[in-house]
Design a protein around this ligand. Structure first.
Ligand code: PEP
Ligand code: MG
Length: 892
C-alpha cells in the first residue's frame, strides 16, 4: 500500500488517511499558499506499526523516495555537513488532539552539520540554538528522558550567565548547553545522542506513532469520544526557522476571535522563537497588532493568507505560522476550535456575509454548545473582590477551592469538592486535573496556550495569562500583592471576562437560558451589544432548526411546573410522565396501606384514597400542556421501593422487641418487605407485571387519568392525554391491561357525560417487545421506546450498578467510546429499535412512535432516531432546546 503522500498529492477531505494536519497542509499546498515542502506518512502505516510492533518494510523505502524528492526540491540533503536540510516530524491525527502527541524539530543536525548550518545562515547562535532544541525534544520524546533534566541544565546555564531569558544566551553559551544536553542524554540512556540524520528521522517517526498510545492521549480521546483505533499520521516537513533573529518568529492565530467570534485576526506572536515556545507560554507573546508594527510586510502577508483561508474553508480557521527573515510560512491550518458563543455568532456572521447558507449555519453548531450556553453565569450586581484579570480563554462561571497540581485536583474532585486548578501554565500532563477541575486558571500564556486550547475543547471554564498572580506550585500558594491564596481557599473565575475573584460569587441565569425560557424580547432588553448578537444568533439558528426538523420534541415531565417550563422551552407535549413520584411523600402511607391490605375491601379503600390525589396531579399537567399530547405512564417501579429499607426496618423491629415495645405493626411491615424483596428488582415485579399482579392498581390510575381529562373538558380545556403501559414483553400482557383499561375509560366517559378519546400504547423497552413488535402493535395505539431499559436488557448491564463497577475499564479498553446509557448503541440496541419500527409499522401503518429514554436528549442519538423514522423524541426539559437543534441538524 501507499504509505507516503507528498503534500502536493493530498487534500482536505483525506483526514482519515492523512490526519487533519496532513490533509490541510496538502490543501494549502494546492491553494498555492507558502507551505514548506514535505510529505505525510499515513495513519494506516501507524496502525500497522502499532499492531505489528515494527514498521512495515515498504514504509522505509517509500520514506526514502519521498525524502529524496524533498531534498531535490530544496536542493539540500538531510543533515548535509555543509548545508543541511533539516526537517520537523509532527503528529497529526484525524481529530485534533492539541498537545497530546509528539513533535520533533530540527532533525538532521549533528556535531558536524550544526557548523554547516552556522556557516550558511551566517548565524552561529541560531545554529546552536536549533541543535540544543533538537537534543532536548528528541531526548524527551524519543528517548523518554524527563524534560526537567534539560530545563535544569538550561536554568543552570542562565544562572551562571546571570540572565533570565533563553534569548539572552549567546552562541558560546548555547554550544556549551549542547554539551550539557548531550551529557544528560548519555547519563539517562547510556548511549550518545544519535548522529545519523536518517536514524534520527526514523526514530522520531516511531516515537510519534508511539505517542498515540500515551496515557494522556488515551485519556483525551476518551473524554472527546475519539476512537482508540484510528492512529496518527506523521508529517515530515522541511524546517523553516523562526529563531533566526529578531526579524524571524513564530505564531498562532485565528481568523476570528475564537472566544467571542469577533471578526479580525486574533493571535499570539513570539519573535526569535521556534515551535512550541508560543503555546508553552515560555515568554509572553505579542499580538498581531504588535507584529504589524514591527514587521508590516510579514503581517500583511499573513492577513492576506487568513482572508484566503476563510474564503476557502468558509469558516474560522486557526493557523500556525513561522516568519523566517521576513518571509511568511504556513505550518498548519484547520477549522478552528471555538467557544459555544463564538460558534453561534460566527455561524450567523457567515450567513450575513453570504459565505454560507442557513442550513450550513445549522450544521456549524451543536447541541452540546447550546447546552453550554444555558449554564448560569456570575451575577455582576453582587459585591465581589477582584483579585486579577487575565484573558477570557474559555467561558463559564466556575467557583471552587484553589489547588495547585493536577493530582490534588483529581483527589479533591473525587472527594466531592469543586476545585479550580491554578497553574503558572499547564502542560499536557495536567489533563486529568483539568478534567477534574471546575475551572482552570493560569498566570502565563495567551489565548492559544495549551490551557486555553484544551479547556475550550472540553468546555471547561478557563482564565489564562493572569500575570498579576504569582503562582508558586511548590508552596501551594498564589499571590497578588499582599493577598495570598492558599490551597483550599475559594476563588471564582469568569471565563467570559477573564476576571478572577476571591471567595464565592453568586451565579445567575445566562442570557441564552433567559431567551429560551422567556423569549427574545426579555432577553434582549438591557443586553449589551455582544450579548444581543449572541442571543439573536441562537434565535436565528434555532428558528431555522424548528422549521427544518421532522422530529417532534416532547418533554419528560411529571409535574405541572416542569410541564410549563418545558413548554416555554419549546416542548410540543409530554412524552413521558412517570407517575411514581405521585406515590411518594405523604402518599407513602397510603401506598403502604395498599401493599399491606389483607382483604379486597382494605385494598380498594387504599386505592380509593389515592385516586383523587392522582387526579389532581393529572389535571395540573393537562392544564399546563393544554392542546398538546401528554403521555402518562402507569406505575413502573417495584413496590418495595415505596417501603422502608429492609435492613433498617429489621434493626428497628429487633431493637423494639429487645426493649419490650409493641412491634406488631413493624413486624407486619417487615413481613411485607421480606415478601417483596428481590435480588434483581430491575428485572423483577415492576411495570405491567405489577398491573397484572396487584388488582386494581392500574385501574385506579386509569380512572384518575380519565377523570382528570373529563374535568379539563368540562373546564373548556383540550386535554390530549395518552396512556402508556411499561415493560411489556408479550402482546398478551397488553391485551389483559387493555381489557381492564377500556372498561374503566368507558365507565368514566359515561358517568361524566363526556367523550373520551384516549389512546393506549406501550413502551418498547425489552428485547422481546422489539422482536415481537408486529404482534404488540395489534394491541397498541402507539409505541414509545424506553431505551434505558432496552439498553440494560439488550446488553445485560444493570442500570444501577455497572457504571460504577466497570464502565471506566470498558471505556479505557475501547469496548465503547461512550456509555451506551448516554449515547444509544446504534449497532446493537439500535438494531432492536429498527426492527420494532419496521414490524410495528408493517402491522399498523402510520403507528405513532417516539422515544422517552435518556437518549432522547442526546445529540448523537437524536440523529439516529431521526434516521430510523421516529415521530418524536422526549427528553428532560433542560435538554429540549438541544433536541430541537439536533433534530434540525439531523434533517439536513
Ligand atoms: C426507559 O426505560 O427508557 C424509560 C424511559 O423508563 P424508565 O427510565 O423510567 O425505566
Ligand atoms: Mg423503563
Amino acid at each position: 500500500p501507499k504509505y507516503v503522500y507528498e503534500f502536493s498529492e493530498g487534500g482536505k477531505d483525506q483526514k482519515d488517511l492523512l490526519g487533519g494536519k496532513g490533509a490541510n497542509l496538502a490543501e494549502m499546498t494546492r491553494l498555492g499558499l507558502p507551505v514548506p515542502p514535505g510529505f505525510t506518512v499515513t495513519t494506516e502505516a501507524c496502525r500497522r506499526y502499532l499492531a505489528d510492533g515494527v514498521v512495515p518494510p515498504e514504509l522505509r523505502v517509500q520514506v526514502t523516495r519521498a525524502l529524496r524528492a524533498l531534498e531535490d526540491k530544496v536542493g539540500r540533503q538531510l543533515g548535509d555537513p555543509k548545508d543541511p536540510l533539516l526537517v520537523s516530524v509532527r503528529s497529526g491525527a484525524k481529530f485534533s488532539m492539541p498537545g497530546m502527541m509528539e513533535t520533533v524539530l530540527n532533525i538532521g543536525l549533528n556535531d558536524v552539520s550544526v557548523r554547516g548550518l552556522a556557516a550558511v545562515s551566517g548565524d552561529e547562535r541560531f545554529a546552536w540554538d536549533s541543535y540544543r532544541r533538537l537534543i532536548a525534544m528528541f531526548g524527551r520524546t524519543v528517548l523518554g528522558i524527563d524534560g526537567e533534566s534539560f530545563v535544569e541544565a538550561m536554568d543552570a546555564m542562565k544562572r551562571t550567565r546571570g540572565v533570565t531569558q533563553d534569548v539572552d544566551l549567546d552562541a558560546n553559551d548555547l554550544e556549551e548547553l549542547v554539551e550539557a544536553y548531550k551529557k544528560v542524554v548519555h547519563q539517562e540512556t547510556g548511549r550518545s545522542f544519535p548522529q545519523q540524520p536518517r536514524e534520527q528521522l526514523d526514530l522520531a517517526m516511531n516515537a510519534v506513532f508511539d505517542s498515540w498510545n500515551t496515557e494522556r492521549a488515551r485519556l483525551y480521546r476518551r473524554r472527546e469520544r475519539i476512537p482508540h483505533d484510528l492512529g496518527t499520521a506523521v508529517n515530515v516537513v522541511a524546517m523553516v526557522f523562526g529563531n533566526l533573529g529578531p526579524d524571524s518568529g513564530t505564531g498562532v492565530c485565528f481568523t476570528r476571535d475564537p472566544a467571542t467570534g469577533r471578526q479580525g485576526g486574533y493571535g499570539d506572536y513570539l519573535p526569535n522563537a521556534q515551535g512550541e515556545d508560543v503555546v508553552a507560554g515560555i515568554r509572553n507573546t505579542l499580538t498581531l497588532a504588535d507584529l504589524a508594527e514591527r514587521d508590516p510586510g510579514s503581517a500583511s502577508q499573513l492577513y492576506a493568507v487568513m482572508r484566503r483561508l476563510e474564503t476557502h474553508y468558509r469558516d474560522l480557521c486557526d493557523i500556525e505560522f513561522t516568519i523566517e527573515r521576513g518571509k511568511l510560512w504556513m505550518l498548519q491550518t484547520r477549522v478552528g476550535k471555538r467557544t459555544a458563543a463564538a460558534a453561534f455568532r460566527i455561524a450567523a456572521q457567515l450567513v450575513d456575509e453570504q459565505l454560507i447558507t442557513m442550513d450550513e449555519a445549522l450544521q456549524r453548531v451543536t447541541g452540546d454548545q447550546l447546552a453550554r450556553l444555558m449554564f448560569p453565569q456570575f451575577d455582576r450586581s453582587a459585591t465581589r473582590t477582584r483579585l486579577a484579570t487575565g484573558l477570557a480563554a474559555s467561558p463559564g462561571a466556575a467557583v471552587g477551592e484553589a489547588v495547585f497540581d493536577s493530582a490534588t485536583a483529581v483527589a479533591r474532585h473525587a472527594a466531592g469538592d469543586s476545585v479550580i486548578l491554578v497553574r503558572r501554565e499547564t502542560n499536557p500532563d495536567d489533563l486529568e486535573g483539568m478534567i477534574a477541575a471546575a475551572g482552570v486558571l493560569t498566570s502565563r500564556g495567551g489565548k492559544t496556550s495549551h490551557a486555553a486550547v484544551v479547556a475550550r475543547g472540553m468546555g471547561r471554564t478557563c482564565v489564562c495569562g493572569a500575570e498579576a498572580i504569582d503562582v508558586d506550585a511548590a508552596a501551594r500558594t498564589a499571590r497578588v500583592g499582599d493577598i495570598v491564596v492558599n490551597e483550599g481557599d475559594v476563588i471564582a473565575i469568569d471565563g467570559s471576562t477573564g476576571e478572577v475573584f476571591l471567595g464565592d460569587v453568586p451565579v445567575m441565569t445566562s442570557p441564552v437560558a433567559a431567551y429560551l425560557e422567556e423569549g427574545l424580547d426579555t432577553a434582549l432588553s438591557g443586553a449589551d451589544e455582544e450579548t444581543a448578537e449572541l442571543v439573536q444568533a441562537v434565535h436565528r439558528v434555532l428558528t431555522h432548526a424548528d422549521a427544518t426538523r421532522r422530529l417532534g420534541v416532547r418533554a419528560n415531565a411529571d409535574t405541572g411546573e416542569d410541564a410549563a417550563r418545558a413548554r416555554r422551552l419549546g416542548a410540543e407535549g409530554i412524552g413521558l410522565c412517570r407517575t411514581e413520584h405521585m406515590f411518594l411523600g405523604d402518599r407513602r402511607a397510603l401506598v403502604e396501606r395498599l401493599i399491606l391490605a389483607d382483604s379486597a375491601a382494605a385494598r380498594s379503600s387504599a386505592l380509593e384514597a389515592l385516586t383523587p390525589r392522582q387526579r389532581g396531579d393529572f389535571v395540573e399537567l393537562l392544564e399546563a400542556m393544554d392542546g398538546l399530547p401528554v403521555t402518562i405512564r402507569l406505575l413502573d417501579p417495584p413496590l418495595h421501593e415505596f417501603l422502608p429499607d429492609r435492613t433498617e426496618l429489621s434493626v428497628r423491629v429487633a431493637v423494639g422487641r429487645e426493649r419490650g415495645e409493641d412491634t406488631a405493626a413493624g413486624e407486619t411491615l417487615l413481613a411485607a418487605v421480606e415478601r417483596l424483596h428481590e435480588s434483581n428488582p430491575m428485572l423483577g415485579l415492576r411495570g405491567v407485571r405489577l398491573g397484572l399482579v396487584v388488582p386494581g392498581l392500574f385501574a385506579m390510575q386509569v380512572r384518575a387519568i380519565a377523570e382528570a381529562a373529563a374535568d379539563r373538558i368540562k373546564a373548556g380545556g383540550d386535554p390530549q392525554v395518552e396512556i402508556m403501559v411499561p415493560l411489556v414483553g408479550s402482546v398478551m400482557e397488553l391485551h389483559l391491561i387493555r381489557d381492564e383499561t377500556d372498561g374503566v375509560l368507558a365507565d368514566v366517559a359515561e358517568r361524566e357525560g363526556v367523550t373520551l378519546d384516549i389512546p393506549v400504547g406501550t413502551m418498547i423497552e425489552l428485547p422481546r417487545a422489539a422482536l415481537t413488535a408486529g404482534r404488540i402493535a395489534e394491541a397498541a395505539d402507539f409505541f414509545s421506546f424506553g431505551t434505558n431499559d432496552l439498553t440494560q436488557t439488550a446488553w445485560g448491564f444493570s442500570r444501577d450498578d455497572v457504571e460504577a463497577a466497570f464502565f471506566a475499564a470498558y471505556l479505557d479498553k475501547g469496548v465503547f467510546t461512550v456509555s451506551p446509557f448516554e449515547t444509544l448503541d446504534a449497532i446493537g440496541v439500535g438494531r432492536l429499535v429498527r426492527i420494532a419500527v419496521e414490524e410495528g409499522r408493517r402491522a399498523r401503518p402510520g403507528l405513532k412512535m417516539g422515544v422517552c429514554g435518556e437518549h432522547g436528549g442526546d445529540p448523537e442519538s437524536v440523529h439516529f432516531f431521526h434516521e430510523v423514522g421516529l415521530d418524536y423524541v422526549s427528553c428532560s426539559p433542560f435538554r429540549i432546546p438541544v433536541a430541537r437543534l439536533e433534530a434540525g441538524r439531523a434533517a439536513i
